[in-house]
Design a protein. Sequence first.
Length: 220
Amino acid sequence: MKRKLVLIGILLVLVIAAIWAAFTAVNLSINTALNPLQHTNSQLGTQVSGLLHPTPTVIADPVTIINQVQALARLETIRYTVEKVITAQTNQGVLGPLFGDRLLFVAHGYVIAGIDMSKIKPEDLWLAGSVLNVRLPAADVLVAPVDNDKSYVYDRQTGLFSKGDPNLETLARQVAEQEITKAALEDGILAQAGANAQTYLLWFFETLGYKQINFVAPTP
C-alpha cells in the first residue's frame, strides 16, 4: 500500500513538472513573437513624438533683428587715455614781461570710439543663403572729454601790469580736448574700434542662431 502511494506521488510530481514546462515554453514563445511588435511600436511612438514635438531650429529674420541691434544704440568698443601739455599765452613779445599772460596746462583726457547702431537700416542686413551679411556704420569718436580731476595748470606767468586773462585756461582746455582727439585718431583708434565692434557683433549674431556672418565694408 505504501509503495502504491509513493508511486502515485511521484507520478503527480512528474505531471505537475510537465505542465509547468509546457506553460513556460508557451510564455517564451508568446514573448518572442511579441518582441518585434513591441520594438516596432516603440519606434513608431518615438517618430510620432518627434513629429508632434520637434526640436526647433530658430533663425531670426534680419529685418526683425534690426530693432535688437539698434537697441544697443552707441556701441562703445575702445577707450584711449591721453595726456597733452598745452601752452596758452597772450601779449607775448617785447612787452610780455609787462602785459603778457602765459600758462602751461597739463591735460588728461580719454577718447571713446565705437559705432552708432541707430544708423543701421533694414537694407544693411540681408541673408544670402545661410550667410548673414552685415553692413555696419563707420566707427566714430563718441566722446572725448578732458578729465578735470586729473588736469591742472602746471605754471602761469603774468606780466607786471597784467591781471591775467580769465578766459585763458578755458581756451587751453578747449584746445586740449581737440588735441586729445587728434592724438587718438592718429594712433588708429577708429580702425581698432571697427574691428572690436565686429568681434562683439559676431558673438551677438551667433547667439541669435546665425552660423555664417559676413561683414561688409561701410558705405563711404
